[in-house]
Ligand binder design. Structure first.
Ligand code: F6P
Length: 545
């Protein structure tokens, strides 16, 4: 079993040691100086690929930093690990699985073999089946049990079976079929389901039960409630066939639930939940934007895959983003990364990235099982601009923490409206500028500020950000953007030498919840064997429920 990367632990890699020394030297330097010393910095420290432009010049980094980070990438074997992923090797070692979300968007002409079988034809078979189904629903050819057209689609899933679909639906709403309603039920809180269906006609409503395992408690509970709701309105078991489809890898459980496996769209254990929005899990996206739009999105994903696999590391967008995240996490003690899309349609993008990044890289042991002696995955969070500016940006500008930010903006809006878009984009550039350069005490004084107020009005600056610009938000662009972050997460995981594709950390809570559920529901007073806090909370709940 692999315990170290290329025979060395991360902290013993020559580039890591060099980065430690380099970070000490750079810590006292201000972005104001770095820009003043180097007039070409703003143009040079950029990279562009597949219509995505990355300005990383406002980072607390120099050419030397980049050189060392790129050396580190080489020393930890980023290229080899990337090839291993693309070739279908079982790099998810704790689950003994290949990691092949890249196969979901591979063109028909490619071949990727897992366990002796080329998976690409299977991928396209499912895509074709999805396309046929999506067309029938969109055109109204698919009728509900009583002969009415399906107008409402409700995706029932959680985690990767929800966050990707809801993010993609919101992101691509502009391209969606507007006479249909799309909703997403994820929370086991009954309110989520109740609110989703309260104004819908069951005769016109279809449920997509999306669950890789088809055993997830929340999803199965919601799926059964959906079934009860539909049958109570439609009054006939046979209605299930017209109003329920399943998206899963588990045909046995799907059949047990009562969904005909003819109405099941499959995927494979080599697709991680958080990497599945472009598999059958994206069926709601395909129904919303149509098969052509979905294929455009896949082509976008694929274009970024090819870029990641083949572009030189120094021009490689996911590599640059990933390495800069490692840089701040390790050497500047940054705890978080803020994702700030200046595009209303990307309002769920930060939430989507939270699972992608944190379920992937929130790990405390190396591939070999030894406890890491460095930090791993940072906390990702964010909100669309400009709303965040009137909420948490204060802390980013003047608080005591270093918070690297990713600003995401577009040259064109999908909804031109007076000066709105220029105003929006002016804010992107202004925020990144203010964070980097701040405002000195002298500048504040020169404005006539009384001495006592000066410290409060000083902006230290030297706060790093990336600016990501593209032309406009399209299905293809969304695919590129998601793949950019997927591969950035991969890059980080390779440096940290962790398994970015398992998620054992979600298990304990699930087991305990099942046990406690029995205790909450039992008619007789249960014999509780918890700690005193949990015991008294359970007693209080039982008394008051
Ligand atoms: O939260 C754990 C998790 O396993 C995620 O990784 C996954 O996306 C989610 O649950 C949902 O799982 P499933 O698609 O099997 O219902």
């Amino acid at each position: 079993m692999q315990t170290e990367t290329k025979g060395k632990s991360l902290v013993d890699q020559p580039a890591w040691k060099a980065l430690q020394t380099h970070a000490e030297q750079l810590r006292g330097r201000h972005l104001r100086e770095l820009f003043a010393e180097d007039a070409s910095r703003g143009e040079r420290m950029t990279a562009e690929a597949e219509g995505i432009f990355l300005d990383y010049s406002k980072n607390r980094a120099t050419d030397e930093t980049l050189k060392l980070l790129l050396e580190l990438a080489q020393q930890v074997g980023l290229r080899e690990r990337t090839e291993a992923m693309f070739k279908g090797e079982k790099i998810n070692i704790t689950e003994n699985r290949a990691v092949l979300h890249v196969a979901l968007r591979a063109p028909k002409s490619e071949s990727i073999v897992v366990d002796g079988e080329d998976v690409v034809p299977e991928v396209h078979k499912v895509l074709d089946k999805m396309a046929g189904f999506a067309e029938r629903v969109r055109s109204g050819e698919w009728k509900g049990h009583t002969g009415k057209r399906i107008k409402n689609v409700i995706n029932v899933g959680i985690g990767g079976s929800d966050l990707g679909p809801v993010m993609a639906y919101e992101a691509l709403k502009h391209y969606s079929q507007r006479d249909m309603t799309f909703r997403f039920v994820s929370n086991v809180d009954g309110t989520d389901f109740a609110e989703a269906v309260q104004d819908l006609d069951a005769e016109e409503t279809m449920f997509l039960i999306a669950s890789k395992t088809f055993t997830t408690l929340e999803t199965m509970t919601n799926a059964h409630s959906a079934r009860d709701w539909a049958l109570s309105k439609l009054g006939d078991e046979k209605a299930v066939a017209k109003h329920f489809v399943a998206i899963s890898t588990n045909a046995k459980e799907v059949a047990k639930f009562g969904i005909d496996t003819e109405n099941m769209f499959g995927f494979w254990d080599w697709v991680g939940g958080r990497y599945s929005m472009d598999s059958a899990i994206g069926l709601s996206t395909m129904i919303a934007i149509g098969p052509d739009g979905f294929r455009e999105m896949l082509a976008g994903f694929h274009a970024m895959d090819v870029h990641f696999r083949t572009a030189p590391l120094e021009k490689n967008l996911p590599v640059l983003l990933g390495l800069l995240t490692v840089w701040y996490t390790e050497f500047f003690d940054a705890q978080t990364v803020a994702i700030l899309p200046y595009e209303q349609y990307l309002k769920r993008f930060p939430a989507y990235l939270q699972q992608l990044t944190m379920e992937s890289n929130g790990k405390h042991v190396t591939l070999g099982g030894t406890k890491v002696i460095y930090q791993t995955g940072p906390i990702y969070w964010g909100e669309p601009g400009t709303n965040g500016q009137h909420s948490f940006y204060q802390l980013i500008h003047q608080g005591t923490r270093l918070i690297p930010c990713d600003f995401i903006g577009f040259a064109k809006t999908l909804n031109p409206l007076g000066r709105h878009h220029d105003m929006l984009m002016a804010n992107v550039f202004a925020q990144a500028e203010a964070l980097a350069f701040g405002k000195t005490a002298d500048q504040v004084k020169a404005e006539g500020t009384p001495d006592w107020l000066v410290p409060h009005r000083v902006f230290e600056g030297n706060r790093p950000s990336n600016t990501i610009l593209a032309d406009k938000l399209t299905p293809a662009l969304l695919g590129k953007l998601v793949a950019l972050y997927e591969h950035s997460v991969f890059t980080q995981g390779v440096v940290w030498n962790i398994d970015s594709f398992d998620q054992w950390g979600v298990e304990l809570g699930k087991v305990l919840a099942t046990r406690i559920l029995g205790e909450l529901e039992s008619k007789e007073e249960p014999k509780l064997e918890h700690d005193s806090s949990t015991t008294s909370l359970i007693h209080r709940y039982r008394k008051n429920k």
